[in-house]
Design a protein around this ligand. Structure first.
Ligand code: AMP
Ligand code: TRP
Length: 349
């Protein structure tokens, strides 16, 4: 992929209740990648409205959630000056490229998307067209910057495969024209997903077989980034476990989803491996391990929640970050979209 400049892109939806899964699976990784790559982090508000208004909460809630995700990015350690932080709707190139991708992607590809099936549920006739086309918009987010690396949680793997399929089909369908215009390695890169570490799929604290999610009706199922020390302690103490002490061997853990989840969370927060954690806590009762987990979580998440609350008092600053980021994002995306239009054959002004 020598022809492509290395660049990281990722997005988080402003749909409220940012939680430990979002942090460990995504935002913490975003922070770590800043040293090695040029990074673009996007609050994907166009994706948020693919669900019914009752889910994303209406105009006031959307605006407040956009600012909250931005505050979380900054509070977790993303540097909006060295990198780019913005909200999707301010850069119209995303929606425009998504339309072109709607015409590249095949119905059959989208019909296989498991997230659509989960979110649409039984009443598929009543799902928005936007929810169906969601993965094409996600591909546009990434490819408007010709991004080469995308850090996400495990649940986004299938969408990233579709992004590669779209890039490949575009490169193939227009291969001759792309070569004529001087691109030697295809126009779009085949983006690499970055999904690794002990917490790519953080599970609900109430049920170790269900993903921790923003939309779970029980607040006890998740640790929110804005939870205070008391809430964190209460939620971990009530977290479902089994009656046995922690095993010493990682293989044993696989059969015990709740134990595996808590060990994975501890490992990710401590920047260790699950094997390291079992070396320390193998044979311990859950009560002992949970106390250590609460202390570690409060130490790591407390400052983030505090900073988010402080930033919530300063929406002017947040809006400034988003406007500045959108301007710099557009400088990259606009020429990419113009090249796409030239490749497809649209006549320029
Ligand atoms: P979303 O809130 O759906 O926009 O997700 C934002 C990011 O968090 C994506 O990269 C997701 O893959 C990641 N994510 C969401 N839930 C979890 C979870 N339970 N465990 C790990 N990563 C997650
Ligand atoms: N679909 C992602 C999620 O729900 C959010 C997202 C939108 C995204 N566009 C993206 C993630 C581009 C990575 C890259 O988590």
């Amino acid at each position: 992929m020598a022809a492509f400049q290395e660049r990281v892109f990722s997005g988080v939806q402003p749909t409220g209740n940012l939680h430990l899964g979002n942090y460990l699976g995504a935002i913490k990784r975003f922070v770590e990648l800043q040293d090695r790559y040029e990074c673009i982090y996007c609050v994907v508000d166009l994706h948020a409205i693919t669900q019914p208004v009752s889910v994303w909460g209406g105009p006031k809630e959307l605006a407040s959630n956009i600012r909250e995700v931005t505050a979380a990015f900054i509070a977790c350690g993303i540097d909006p000056k060295a990198h780019i932080v913005f909200n999707q709707s301010q850069v119209h190139e995303h929606a425009e490229l998504a339309w072109i991708f709607n015409c590249i992607a095949r119905m059959g590809w989208l019909n296989r998307m498991t997230q659509f099936k989960e979110k649409a549920g039984k009443d598929r006739e009543n799902a928005s067209v936007g929810l169906y086309a969601y993965p094409c918009l996600m591909a546009a987010d990434i490819l408007a910057y010709r991004a080469t690396h995308v850090p996400v949680g495990e649940d986004q793997k299938q969408h990233l495969e579709l992004t590669r399929d779209i890039a490949q089909k575009f490169n193939n369908d227009f291969a001759e024209r792309i070569a004529e215009l001087g691109y030697t390695d295809g126009f779009f890169p085949l983006t690499e997903p970055l999904i690794s570490g002990p917490a790519t799929r953080v599970m609900s604290l109430r049920d170790g077989t269900k993903k921790m999610s923003k939309s779970d009706p029980s607040d006890y199922s998740r640790i929110n980034l804005t939870d205070d020390a008391d809430a964190i302690a209460q939620k971990f103490r009530k977290a479902k476990t089994d009656p046995h002490p922690l095993p010493a061997d990682e293989k044993e853990l696989e059969k015990r989803p709740e134990a595996e989840n808590l060990v994975g969370i501890y490992a990710a927060l401590a920047d260790k491996t699950p094997a390291d954690v079992l070396r320390e806590f193998g044979g311990a009762q859950f009560s002992t391990f949970k106390n250590a987990l609460v202390d570690l979580s409060v130490a790591k998440l407390g400052p983030i929640g505090g900073e988010m609350k402080r930033l919530a008092q300063d929406p002017g600053y947040i809006d400034g970050v988003l406007a500045d980021g959108a301007g710099r994002a557009q400088v990259i995306a606009a020429p990419v979209l113009q090249a796409v239009k030239d490749i497809v054959g649209f006549v320029r002004r």
